[in-house]
Design a protein around this ligand. Structure first.
Ligand code: ADP
Ligand code: MG
Length: 465
């Protein structure tokens, strides 16, 4: 196959496997520069694309080449000026070694800049980059803890730059900050594709800035960011202590803000707790709308799990969802991790996810909650069923005592992951097989008996309240 048609075929396939945004940003203007036995050289427009392809996409490229009958061990990337359509003369091959910064800047004619494109193209290059289509406002579940942030984002999506500027979302890890700010970017891009939307993590922002400094090219860096219509900066807390970056960002911020361009930031802490941070930035960060995001409540967590499972094509039963929402940690990222683990496990074995499987999978990785003791669980169970503590751990075998005792055993197993002999001892039984049967029985019955299920969740709610 001709080099060019081979590469077009490879690109065609990659386009189907990565998101459109990623394809346009990272692959669209690449070319096959050289193909030899076992190795290829791909031409890219700039150092950012080179680094990203190296880090994230080399395997996909190799696999896709192989599907097209070309097996390579070595994939190198070479920065070629402009949209690289024609292969460059041999002497410019760099075999994928990262060009030294000094040589990189001297390789690029003066009319070009750090972004590797001619200066006149800089301001349109890469806008929209960094947005991941996976995050939308539609697939964000709204509930206690994130309602306000969501409402602000929705309003910004309709009319960027008018209200809530800047928007500053802060809160702990894994609670949906990145999801929301990405979703606003995507929503604005959909409504008005002409707008220049820039999403960037602060770490990348700082890296690019350092590079621009080294190449004495801060002017194009600045003009690139200052030409954005919407600037979204994730995890801005990482700007702490970076003096030059703060100075630069201050001016970018002002330019955009004065022109009524929307600025959105996320952080793991409120502006005044980001230190060291210049006072003037601190006051700018807090000068629009700052919103403290909280871990969503139980019902919202259930809704999130249900939605995520659906997006995997799986309908989860109530009890599995509730089990995950109670036990799979409260941070949504971890919750999603627990769900993915469960779905993958079941898919591999071709079985439906059940609460028993969820329980056994989570038990492996889950530590015991430190604040809960066996005694508290037994007491709470006894109180729920309105029987005395002496009875639940005593010798009586009446049905209205036996069932609560079994529920207590089940709770000890699921909440504290105690061994069966220990469970038996805690409830004054000598034989641990009683504990095994009891846990098993409640496990099974709770799947068909709604009132039993309610009893268990009510007890749990009190224990974790
Ligand atoms: P943060 O940036 O606050 O650390 P992320 O935005 O990365 O957290 O969220 C972690 C994961 O949880 C992501 O996969 C995100 O889609 C998901 N998530 C968090 N909150 C919600 C929500 N309310 N609805 C749907 N998914 C959510
Ligand atoms: Mg984040």
């Amino acid at each position: 196959m001709q080099q060019d048609s081979l590469w077009q075929a490879v690109l065609g396939e990659i386009e189907l496997t990565v998101s459109r945004g990623n394809f346009v940003t990272w692959f669209k203007n690449t070319t096959l520069q050289k193909q030899e036995e076992g190795s290829i050289v791909i031409g890219v427009a700039n150092i950012f694309i080179k680094q990203t392809l190296e880090k994230k996409y080399t395997d996909i490229i190799k696999e896709t080449l192989e599907k097209n009958g070309v097996k390579v061990q070595q994939v190198d990337y070479r920065i070629v000026a402009g949209p690289p359509r024609t292969p460059q003369p041999e002497k410019q091959t760099d075999h994928g070694d990262q060009p030294k910064l000094s040589s990189l800047s001297s390789d690029i004619p003066s009319s070009q800049n750090v972004f590797g494109a001619p200066a006149k193209d800089v301001l349109s290059h890469g806008y929209g980059q960094g947005l991941n289509e996976r995050y939308t406002l539609d697939n964000f579940v709204v509930g206690d803890g994130n309602e306000l942030a969501f409402a602000a984002c929705q309003s910004i999506a309709q009319q960027p730059g008018t209200k809530y500027n800047p928007l500053f979302l802060y809160g702990g890890v894994g609670i949906g900050k990145t999801h929301l700010i990405q979703a606003v970017g995507n929503a604005i891009a959909t409504r008005d594709p002409k707008l220049k939307i820039l999403y960037i993590s602060t770490e990348q922002f700082v890296r690019e800035f350092v590079q621009a400094l080294r190449q004495r090219n801060t002017a194009s860096f600045a003009s690139y960011y200052r030409a954005a219509d919407v600037l979204i900066v994730d995890d801005i807390q990482f700007i702490a202590g970076k003096d030059k970056m703060q100075e630069e960002f201050f001016h970018t911020f002002n330019t955009l803000h004065q022109a009524n361009k929307q600025i959105i930031m996320s952080s793991d802490k409120p502006p005044k707790e980001i230190t060291p941070l210049e006072a003037r930035l601190q006051s700018r960060f807090g000068g629009g709308m700052s919103i403290d995001m909280q871990v969503p409540d139980f019902e919202t967590r259930c809704a999130i799990i249900g939605t995520k499972a659906q997006s995997h094509g799986t309908e989860l039963g109530h009890e599995v969802i509730e089990y995950l929402a109670t036990n799979g940690q409260t941070n949504i990222r971890e919750l999603e991790g627990a769900l993915n683990q469960l779905l993958a496990w079941c898919e591999m074995r071709g079985i439906e996810p059940t609460m028993a499987i969820a329980a056994s999978l989570l038990n492996v990785s889950k530590a015991r909650p430190k604040h809960l003791s066996a005694k508290q669980i037994i007491e709470r169970t006894a109180r729920h069923f309105q029987i005395p503590m002496e009875d639940i751990v005593g010798p009586k075998r009446d049905k209205d005592i036996v069932v609560p005792r079994q529920v207590a055993m089940y709770m000890l197993r699921n909440e504290l992951h105690l061994s069966f002999p220990k469970i038996a001892r805690e409830l004054g039984r000598k034989d641990h097989t009683t504990a095994i049967h009891s846990v098993d029985k409640i496990q099974k019955e709770s799947q068909v008996d709604a009132s039993l299920r309610n009893a268990i969740s009510e007890i749990k709610e009190h224990l974790y309240a």
